[in-house]
Design a protein around this ligand. Structure first.
Ligand code: IPM
Ligand code: MN
Length: 360
């Protein structure tokens, strides 16, 4: 039997709950596809700090390196907020991204028909939205040096090297070819030298993709356009910090931050995690929305494990559960059926079985 090793990093807050829910779905996929998933667990983030003093140990990084893929829940919480910058739980994520070379972060923002009315924007503006945010993940101001702070000054450096822009631009153009062949590169070239550099390189790379339409947008305008007419976008490619911000905006267009999965990919390794954070205010109550984590598992099946049909089936099962009116608390509106984290996962599994029976 084909077997895959999955590094499981539940993390803090609602991380462990949504991870449990998603692994149950993955187990169901395993049974259906006759493949085996072996899970190896490790702590990352705040819980790892409490246990070992460090948000990410060398052993945990190595565990990810010998796995076929890694799944991460969420890290962080108020308990660790006052720690110095280099000791915070968030460092676990940055070290994983850097250490595994995960330079490309795919954050699809898709509006499910059943959720169009849950968005804070008007239904006709959001229905049919399908945007792929391609965020550069191992460069830019998150990783640039010099950085630091003293009593009178704080500083970071936004820097991009040619090869970093070239490879993320290629990821975006290649993805666009499989979608609607449009790329919007987002920068701040009217102010920042690093952004003008970014733009010039994207234009150069684009010469290899004459079939793909390329436009450029300043980040402030892109933020505005995303809430004004989100349907104008197909693939958005941008740097680390702009991508962080724009993907949160894109998520709210879809109705809930609890709905957005992500894939972080490099040459050798991959990590899948929800875009949402650890939501400490609702942790441990079995009310968190597990769908972003479940759809992150779907992305893993499609992108890394070469089980694209299983990935598509999970995605379809999620859509069916939403169509049937089931919602976790943050999405609940009058007339919906309110369910817990575990119930949502069970519902997805049930639909998955039906979807698979139909396909088989
Ligand atoms: C994200 C998060 C992280 C980021 C934090 C937790 C380090 O907001 O994945 O979007 O800023 O990249
Ligand atoms: Mn973020």
């Amino acid at each position: 039997m084909q077997s895959y090793k999955i590094a499981v990093l539940p993390g803090d807050g609602i991380g462990p709950e949504v991870m449990d829910a998603a692994l149950k779905v993955l187990d169901a996929v395993g049974k259906m596809e006759s493949v085996q998933f072996e899970y190896e667990y490790a702590q990352v983030g705040g819980c790892a700090i409490d246990e070992t003093g460090s948000p990410l140990s060398k052993e945990t990084l190595q565990m990810c390196q010998r796995s076929d893929a890694a799944l991460l829940g969420a890290v962080g919480g108020p308990k660790w907020e006052s720690l110095p910058q280099d000791k915070k739980p968030e460092q676990a994520l940055l070290k994983l991204r850097g250490g595994l070379g995960l330079y490309s972060n795919l954050r699809p923002a898709v509006v499910f028909p059943a959720l169009a009315r849950a968005s804070s924007l008007q239904e006709e503006i959001v229905s049919g939205v399908d945007v792929m945010v391609v965020r550069e993940l191992t460069g830019g101001i998150y990783f640039g040096t010099p950085k630091g702070a003293d009593e009178n000054k704080g500083w970071n450096t936004m820097v991009y090297e040619r090869h970093e822009v070239e490879r993320i631009a290629r990821v975006a153009f290649d993805l666009a070819r499989k979608r609607n062949s449009r790329v919007c590169s987002v920068d701040k070239a009217n102010v920042l030298d690093v952004s003008q550099f970014w733009r010039d390189i994207v234009i150069e790379v684009h010469k290899d993709y004459p079939d793909v339409e390329l436009e450029h947008m300043y980040v402030d305008n892109a933020a505005m356009q995303l809430v004004r007419t989100p349907k104008q976008f197909d693939v958005i490619v941008t740097g680390n910090m702009f991508g962080d911000i724009l993907s949160d905006i894109a998520s709210m267009v879809t109705g809930s931050l609890g709905m957005l999965p992500s894939a972080s990919l490099g040459e050798k390794y991959s990590l899948y995690e929800p875009v949402h954070g650890s939501a400490p205010d609702i942790a441990g109550q079995n009310v968190a929305n597990p769908l972003a984590m479940i759809m992150s598992v779907a992305m893993m099946l499609s992108y890394t494990l070469d089980l694209p049909q299983a990935g598509a089936a999970v995605q379809e099962a999620v859509s069916k559960v939403l169509e049937a009116g089931y919602r976790t608390g943050e999405l609940f509106q009058e007339g919906d059926k309110l369910v817990t984290t575990t119930e949502m996962s069970e519902l997805v599994i049930k639909k998955l079985t039906q979807v698979r029976e139909r396909v088989a």
